[in-house]
Structures are given as C-alpha cells and as structure tokens.
Design a binder for this molecule. Structure first.
Ligand code: FE2
Length: 288
C-alpha cells in the first residue's frame, strides 16, 4: 500500500478477503434499479432547455423526485416540450442497480467494533453540492441492503480494515467513532446505449471525511471504467487506474484538494448484449 495525499490503492487480498467470498455474501443480482437517475436526467434536460426557469425547476426538483405527479411549474414546462425533446425526456432508462446500508464503527478496548444501524425503509441520501445547480443535493431514496447482505461478516471485516486505515492517516485526530455508509452498486450496459457512467456528474467530491470511491468486486464484458483522481493543488490528474476485481481506491474527500470521477463503460464484445461493473463504495464520517 502507498500513502500519498492520503490516497491508498488496495487489494482485498491484503486484508485476507477474496472477492469470491464477497460475491457469495453480497449478491449483486438481486439489487433494485435506481430510478432516481431517470428523473435527474429529466431535470437536467429541463434546465438545459429552459435555462431562464432553472430557479423554479430547482425549487420543485425534490418534489418531482419524491412524487409520481409532477409539480405545477415542472408539469407546465414538460407540456411545452417539442416532440423531439418530449421523446428524449421519456426515453431515459435506469442504468444502475443499488442498495445502501449504514454502520457505526467504534474504537473500544483497543479494537474496532462495527454495528449495523438497522433501517427498515428506503434511506434518504444526499451529497454536498459542489455548485448550486448540482442536483446531487437532492435527497435520493435508495433501498436498504438485503438483511443477509448488511449483516455479512465479510462486509464488517472490510469496514474494520478501512477504519483502521483512517486511524493511520489521522494520528493527530485519532477518531474513535465513525459513521460508515456502504453503497452496493451494479452499473449495467446493454446494446441500447453506447456507454453508461457511474459518475454522470463528472469530477466531484462526495462530501465525506474519507471515502472508498470504488472497490471493484466483479466486471463482465466491459471496457473503460477508469478511476481518475484530480488534485486541485497540482491542477491535474494524479491517478488514473482501471480497477480490477479486488482492487479499490481509498482516499480523503471533504475539504481536501482531491476530486474523483470514473470514465464511462462500453461493451467489450457488443454481440454479447450485456456487460456490468459491480462495486462497493464507502463513505466515512467522524462522529467522535
Ligand atoms: Fe463519488
């Protein structure tokens, strides 16, 4: 492992954890489509087509995300769409499946204990917006992880390794209690679109103290998906790497000069009309 700018590229082998056992304990096939992406694409299209109405679109955006019926002004703008724009508006499809779970990691008697925060319903999740037009500030609801998945001993073992790394990175701060959010995500591509992307917002920060921007568990019939880290202080990319199964990137996020993105994926062999990139992502925030 290398420590530079508090960025660590790791392989789960170093923790004594095999991706096969992660796949067995955390099946990706059963995840549910994230339909937030459809409405967010629609909102972006409305802002692009009606820039003078962006304030009212943003004011009603959360309502649009949360409800089946569109709020008044957005409904009015949809009704004014040209035929071409209307076709585009209603053609967006979901492209990733995901679930989420939360944990509290506590340093007790010289070791880390990880406990689930049990969530019965869909969980609201927001990210800090990088600019006022950033739709990630909207609260998106993600389904909770399957019960067996969120109680997976391997998932807890991964979290223990990550919080131990945070302790090493922050010898002064010495955090003793950390909130951990885990995202299980499957980015899928079929023959209907040329590419799909797991960071449609481009270069961004997640707004957490530390993150694992991606730990790749499985990939099938895809090209691309290059993880890129940008350093604002150096005004350039300082890391560009295509993560293979078992590999992940752990790094500092909030209030740092490090920004991240991942490039789109395409089908490696287009005649096989399915490809995917399955990852786990983690957000770590100090509580104490
Ligand atoms: Fe991110």
């Amino acid at each position: 492992m290398q420590l530079k700018y508090k960025i660590i590229k790791f392989n789960t082998d170093e923790f004594g954890i095999k991706t096969e056992s992660i796949k067995n304990e955390m099946p990706f096939e059963l995840l549910i489509w994230d339909v937030n992406d459809i409405k967010i694409s629609q909102l972006k299209l409305l802002i692009e087509l009606y820039p003078e109405d962006k304030d009212v679109i943003l004011q009603e955006a959360q309502h649009y995300l949360d409800n089946q019926l569109a709020p008044k002004h957005i409904q009015n703008l949809i009704s004014r769409l040209s035929d071409v724009a209307r076709k585009k508006f209603y053609a967006y499809k979901p492209f990733r499946k995901r679930s989420m779970s939360r944990f509290i990691a506590e340093h007790i008697n010289n070791q880390w204990e990880v406990n689930n925060i049990d969530l019965l319903e869909s969980i609201g999740f927001t990210q800090r917006a990088d600019h006022p037009l950033d739709l990630r500030q909207l609260i998106r609801k993600f389904p909770p992880m399957a019960l067996a998945t969120r109680h997976s001993p391997i998932l807890k073992a991964l979290i223990k390794n990550f919080v131990a790394i945070i302790s090493e990175c922050e010898p002064q701060k010495k955090p003793t209690k950390i909130e951990v959010t885990c995202h299980q995500m499957s980015l899928l591509i079929d023959g209907s679109t040329p590419s799909v992307c797991n960071s449609p917002e481009g270069l961004h920060q997640d707004g957490s103290d530390y993150i694992v921007s991606a730990l790749v568990i499985d990939k099938y019939n895809i090209e691309g998906g290059i993880s890129q880290l940008y350093c604002a202080e150096k005004k350039g990319f300082i890391k560009s790497h295509t993560l293979e199964p078992g590999e992940g990137l752990f790094h500092i996020d909030k209030n740092s000069t490090i920004w991240h993105q991942v490039t789109p994926i395409t089908l490696r062999e287009p005649s096989i009309k399915i490809g995917y990139r399955n990852i786990l992502g983690f957000d770590f925030n100090y509580i104490a």
